[in-house]
Design a binder for this molecule. Structure first.
Ligand code: FAD
Ligand code: SF4
Length: 494
């Protein structure tokens, strides 16, 4: 059938897109199946120069670049904010690519009996993983020192924020961004939107570069992996791919298969394909992300320019009052009027929302949520994806503490009011991870330390599913680094 294929990759996001491009660059014959369409930077701009996917209505309300499946979350059906085009999350993310702390690889030291002993340590040490983090930064052209000419100029409100943070004894820094400042328009709406110029690095760019180089890469977009076909000997017979254009379906075979449909999509596909490891789909995490919005008397510039620039890690291991491991704080873009209406401000007139938007600066905490087997991906009787998710009291407690501190800093920066008690809705699953975790034994993990599924020698996982805990930073750099690591293993075997 397809004996000439070395590797089939399912899903072209942070993990899958990176891995496929690297394997193809290494001379392997790769097929990448992506259920969404390919929207490249120039394609997203129409003839009049307007960006098709850079307005709030088409992007965040109609959710055009997001996954088009209806998914039940705690019994309510909705479409989720998870990347649904080539590039996956990296086509819409904020590009803040932070390294995890070495402590994230030893969660047992901080959470003790709150998490099972078997996941107290990652099966790969931070020291062994670190070179891949550096490689990921190079591949995605992360500006690790934004104070140089390569960085985006710091918005005035962020200068103020940094000054007041220093005065408060904090150690703020400029976020490492995978954004090429020479191409960047400094839009007010960046995270959540397709980048109109290609300034923000994505896995879709890596795939396009690979194709342009003439690597042996077959890119199949609008193409969904329907089912993995398992043979009697435990190896895979192949993967059924279905064209979403004409519904045609065909079995494709290769020497190795890499699952990277996202933590929700990959675990759902394994369940649908009859894999029965009891941990598949369980321990779904997404970070607890409390938001504090400072409202200022004067314009902050947030409705005109790019403000997601500052972060601090002073509460990574908790506060004086609550010395529990948490994560970073970072600034966020101001939500647009339609999203403000959607999140409870329906009765406020549009003009007032626009004024409010121009005077705000949001901060978000990335609080590590702990794995809970009851938080899980499953399928209903019709085969549709179902999610069950609740944060624990411990997550809420640390989130509330983080909020108090964010609010205090915003007031010190000049905000006359701070809106708190906000958290992204269940539709927001940006940092999904954990549903096919790796570990040293099949008794407590689905994949081995190489991210190969136990008992399945030709099947790997290379998306956010592999993470046993969610860490205290956005997951993209960790996922990309792991994909580079897994790519090395796969390439050495075919
Ligand atoms: C708005 C937004 C902002 C974000 N900002 C940041 C940030 O600043 N920093 C950070 O670190 N992280 C950020 N993230 C998170 C980051 O994008 C994700 O963590 C990352 O992309 C996850 O990578 P992944 O490989 O696990 O899955 P994804 O990147 O989601 O890729 C999965 C891909 O698989 C495809 N797929 C699904 N099912 C199938 C199937 N059956 N067959 C074929 N294809 C399939 C999907 O269409 C998708 O393209 C953000 C995410 C969002 C949505
Ligand atoms: S701010 Fe820059 S990186 Fe972000 S969408 Fe606009 S051009 Fe792209």
């Amino acid at each position: 059938m397809d004996e000439d294929l070395d590797i089939i990759v399912i899903g072209g996001g942070a993990g899958g897109g990176t891995l496929a491009a690297l394997c193809a660059a290494a001379g392997k014959r790769v097929l990448l199946a992506e259920r969404g369409e390919a929207i490249t930077a120039p394609d997203s701009v129409d003839r009049a120069g307007a960006s098709r996917l850079h307005d709030e209505a088409s992007t965040l309300i109609q959710k055009q670049p997001y996954d088009d499946r209806t998914i039940q979350v705690n019994g309510t059906s909705s479409r989720l904010y998870m990347g649904g085009i080539l590039g996956g999350g990296t086509s819409v993310y904020g590009g803040a690519l932070l390294r995890p702390s070495p402590a994230d690889f030893s969660p047992g030291k901080y959470y003790g009996t709150r998490i099972p002993r078997e996941i107290h340590e990652w099966p790969v040490s931070f020291e062994a993983f670190e070179p891949y983090l550096k490689a990921a930064e190079r591949l995605y052209r992360v500006v690790t020192d934004p104070s140089t000419d390569n960085g985006l100029p710091l918005a005035e409100i962020n200068e103020k924020l940094m000054k007041s943070a220093w005065k408060s004894g904090l150690n703020p820094y400029r976020l490492p961004l995978a954004i090429d400042s020479s191409k960047c328009l400094r839009c007010d709406n960046c995270a959540g939107f397709v980048c109109p110029t290609g300034a923000r690095s994505s896995s879709s760019q890596l795939l396009q570069q690979s194709s342009a180089r003439g690597d042996s890469l077959t890119l199949k977009t609008h193409c969904e992996a329907d089912r993995l076909d398992r043979g009697a000997n435990g190896r895979l017979n192949g993967v059924w791919l279905r064209s979403r254009k004409d519904s045609s379906r065909r079995l494709y075979r290769a020497k190795r298969y890499v699952l990277s449909a996202g933590a929700i999509g990959s675990s759902a596909l394994l369940i649908k394909s009859g894999f029965d490891h009891p941990l598949i789909g369980r321990n779904y995490m997404k970070h607890y992300s409390p938001i504090a919005i400072g409202v200022f008397a004067r314009s902050t510039g947030a409705s005109q320019t790019f403000v997601k620039q500052v972060g601090y890690s002073d509460y990574y291991f908790g506060t004086k009052d609550l010395p529990e491991k948490m994560g970073i704080v970072q600034s966020l873009p101001a939500p647009g009027p339609l999203m403000m209406s959607k999140s409870g401000m329906k009765l406020v007139p549009r003009w007032m929302l626009n004024i409010l938007r121009s005077r705000m600066l949001p901060l978000v905490g990335i609080v590590e949520d702990l794995p809970d087997p009851e938080n899980r991906v499953s399928l209903d009787d019709s085969g549709s994806i179902r999610l069950r998710h609740q944060f624990s009291d411990y997550d809420h407690e640390r989130g509330a503490e983080m909020t108090r501190h964010m609010s205090r800093l915003l007031k010190k920066t000049g905000a006359f009011h701070c809106v708190t008690g906000l958290a992204p809705s269940q539709e927001h699953v940006a940092h999904q991870c954990g549903t096919i975790r790796f570990g040293t034994s099949e008794h407590h993990a689905v994949a081995d330390p190489e991210c190969r599924l136990f008992g399945q020698p030709d099947l790997f996982v290379a998306d956010g599913s592999f993470m046993p805990n969610s860490s205290g930073v956005g997951p993209s750099l960790t996922i990309i680094a792991n994909a580079i690591r897994v790519a090395e293993i796969v390439v050495s075997e075919v």
